[in-house]
Design a protein around this ligand. Sequence first.
Ligand SMILES: NC(=O)C1=CN([C@@H]2O[C@H](COP(=O)(O)OP(=O)(O)OC[C@H]3O[C@@H](n4cnc5c(N)ncnc54)[C@H](O)[C@@H]3O)[C@@H](O)[C@H]2O)C=CC1
Ligand SMILES: CC(=O)C(C)=O
Length: 257
Amino acid sequence: MAEKVAFVTGGAQGIGEAISKRLAKDGFAVAVVDLNVDKAGEVAQAIKDNGGEAIAIKLDVSDREAFSAAVDEVAEKLGSFDVIVNNAGLGPTTPIDTITPELFDKVMHINVAGTMWGVQAATRKFRELGKKGKIINAASQAGVVGNPNLMLYSSTKFAIRGLTQVAARDLAAEGITANAYAPGIVKTPMMLDIAHQVGKNAGKDDEWGMSTFSKDIALGRLSEPEDVAAAVAFLAGPDSNYITGQTIIVDGGMQFH
Ligand SMILES: NC(=O)C1=CN([C@@H]2O[C@H](COP(=O)(O)OP(=O)(O)OC[C@H]3O[C@@H](n4cnc5c(N)ncnc54)[C@H](O)[C@@H]3O)[C@@H](O)[C@H]2O)C=CC1
Ligand SMILES: CC(=O)C(C)=O
């Protein structure tokens, strides 16, 4: 059995898939956790085919009780619990007048509550096992600077940076760290959908929609999911032991702080 276990939500595709595969390569046994358990199973199988250890778990991160049970199941099946990556999220395109109470509740529940339940469940498990665990949450460049057309999404990502800072303060005395990663514009199904919606709303095509986000990337290219996974691997590993409460921006130089 691998010595360390990582629990990655939204692990079935996009950034979460790249994180799952990277952490497995770095020696973690990985729980690939997603609503879409079939796709999560394919990612887990690909990890195993490469000599790694992985299981797939079905979870809706907005369900607090189910989240807690999933953490117990993973610790039981993989024999430890060391790192949680709260990566799952929704990214709806929402010009101001399109936000309804129902959409607000849905996105807040998945992005913000789904991250908070992950922090709670992981903290409980770290305490039970006496672990100096690592909590790693998905923010976004859109959670550092408000992005046009993304009022609801940006709000959830600002909230995630805030709750990460509080977790870092609350858990530091126990040696548990909490950090966030803020990807820029990453080639995943979420970002392709946002580019499509923004283009469509402006009467333009997907490429135009993407260009509204990508024009300020200093490094001159969109991000691959693996660029983000590399930063998460650093946060999951021992080289980041003295870092807590931070948001690491992985955006190819869209913003400078
Ligand atoms: N793609 C991008 O450019 C950026 C993405 N991010 C963030 O990175 C994270 C991953 O994004 P992508 O890979 O692009 O997204 P994606 O939409 O391609 O994949 C998200 C995954 O999360 C799963 N998921 C959605 N709701 C869930 C729920 N309630 N419970 C469990 N799993 C659920 C989906 O099934 C899917 O497998 C998200 O938090 C996103 O907000 C942040 C900045 C930029
Ligand atoms: C989807 C996202 O997080 C963006 C555009 O930053």
